[in-house]
Structures are given as structure tokens and as C-alpha cells.
Design a protein around this ligand. Structure first.
Ligand SMILES: CC(C)(COP(=O)(O)OP(=O)(O)OC[C@H]1O[C@@H](n2cnc3c(N)ncnc32)[C@H](O)[C@@H]1OP(=O)(O)O)[C@@H](O)C(=O)NCCC(=O)NCCS
Length: 185
């Protein structure tokens, strides 16, 4: 299980750590000018929600620092099969389980350096690992705006039928992407 800190290396050689948010992480300096509500969530709600069992937040730091420079929050969700592109043909009529990316943001100073892609890949690793024990048919996310939607679509997500900003990635596609990445490591 991916519970310990995971070390990753960005394209420019920068080492980062990704791990579960803890009280000791410094959240106050995190800024997201496009969506300040995301920084508010990190500061005011992320730990409390984890304690309540509502979501798990994973944070990115540099190895020698406790300053949060990116984070994502994961939980379980559900969707109607009717919102899938093929309207859920061949699937049961009841709601389908999803792994839900609830919040996702990179600090203003760290955007466009490969951190978002690295954190998204980490989130897929956590989700695929968890899905071996707790099934989820797809991974879904509500993008905050079209720019964020384009980021997810660039990384393999597709729109659902209920909302242009509601996006999904089939779990089997996530597994294939992770297996392909492992085979070139
Ligand atoms: C959207 C966001 C998460 C992207 O993070 P980032 O660190 O800037 O993205 P990266 O540099 O890691 O980019 C990863 C890949 O996605 C691509 N990408 C990044 N933003 C993109 C966009 N808006 N549209 C299309 N592709 C995009 C990059 O070109 C890169 O492609 P490559 O792997 O083929 O080289 C970040 O800009 C952010 O936090 N925005 C504000 C908050 C927000 O909107 N969060 C999402 C809420 S749902």
C-alpha cells in the first residue's frame, strides 16, 4: 500500500516528496490565485475532512521542507451509468462506484514545471492500488474551469454527458497507463 512518502523526480531533476497531509505540514504559504477556494480547502478543511473520513489529502513538498507546493484530495464517489459516453450500455442500471479526485492544485510558483502531471500520476497509483480491494469503475473529477479540464483531457480524461467539466478515466485505462510507465522504468 502507498502509505509512506513517495519520492519523485521532475523533468528538471528536482526531487519532490508526496505523502498524506499531516498537522506538521506548512499550508499557510500555498497560493492558487486562479481558484483561492482551493488554498482555503487546504488550510481550513483538508485535515478535518481526513479525520472525519470524508477524503484523503496528499501533499507535495521538497525533501528538505514542510511547505506544501501541491496537493490533491481523493475520496469515493458514484455516477449514473447514463452519464457515460455509451450511456452505460451493458452495465447495471444502478449508480456505479468511482474514485473521485475532489481537489487538485499546484502552487502558483510551481505551475508548468511538470508537478501537476507527476501528482496526477501519483493519484492514479494510489487509486489503482486501492481499487484492487475496493472497486471503482472509473476515476472522476469536476474540473474547476476549461483550463483545468484541458489539463485532465491532455492526461487521458474524457467528458461525461452530464457536465462538460465532469470528466472521467476508465479504471482499466489507468491500469494500462501505469503498467506502460512501469515497463519503461
Ligand atoms: C491545472 C494544473 C493542476 C496543472 O498543473 P501544472 O503543474 O501546471 O501542469 P504540468 O506542468 O505538470 O503539466 C503536465 C502536462 O499537462 C499539460 N498541461 C498542463 N496544463 C494544461 C492545460 N491547461 N491544458 C492542456 N494541457 C496542459 C502540460 O503541457 C504537460 O504535458 P506533457 O506531460 O505532455 O509535457 C495547475 O495549473 C493548477 O493547479 N491550476 C489551478 C488550480 C486548478 O485549476 N486545479 C484543478 C481543479 S479541478
Amino acid at each position: 500500500m502507498l502509505l509512506r512518502a513517495s519520492e519523485k523526480i521532475l523533468k528538471d531533476g528536482t526531487k519532490i516528496l508526496i505523502q498524506r497531509l499531516e498537522e506538521t505540514h506548512h499550508r499557510g504559504a500555498f497560493t492558487c490565485s486562479r481558484h483561492p477556494v482551493l488554498a482555503d480547502f487546504l488550510n481550513k478543511h483538508a485535515l478535518q475532512n481526513a479525520n472525519l473520513g470524508l477524503s484523503r489529502t496528499y501533499v507535495v513538498t521538497l525533501p528538505e521542507s514542510n511547505d506544501v507546493i501541491g496537493f490533491c484530495s481523493l475520496s469515493n464517489g458514484s455516477i449514473s451509468p447514463k452519464v457515460l459516453p455509451n450511456e452505460g450500455k451493458g452495465l447495471p442500471r444502478y449508480d456505479l462506484p468511482t474514485a473521485h479526485i475532489g481537489r487538485f492544485a499546484i502552487d502558483d510558483k510551481w505551475q508548468c514545471k511538470g508537478l501537476g502531471g507527476t501528482l496526477l500520476f501519483f493519484a492514479l497509483e494510489v487509486i489503482v492500488d486501492a481499487s484492487e480491494r475496493l472497486a471503482a469503475y472509473v476515476i472522476d473529477v469536476f474540473a474547476k474551469d476549461q483550463v483545468a479540464a484541458d489539463f485532465y483531457m491532455h492526461n487521458g480524461f474524457s467528458p461525461l454527458r452530464d457536465d462538460a467539466l465532469h470528466l472521467f478515466l476508465p479504471m482499466k485505462h489507468a491500469k494500462i497507463a501505469l503498467a506502460a510507465a512501469k515497463s519503461v522504468e
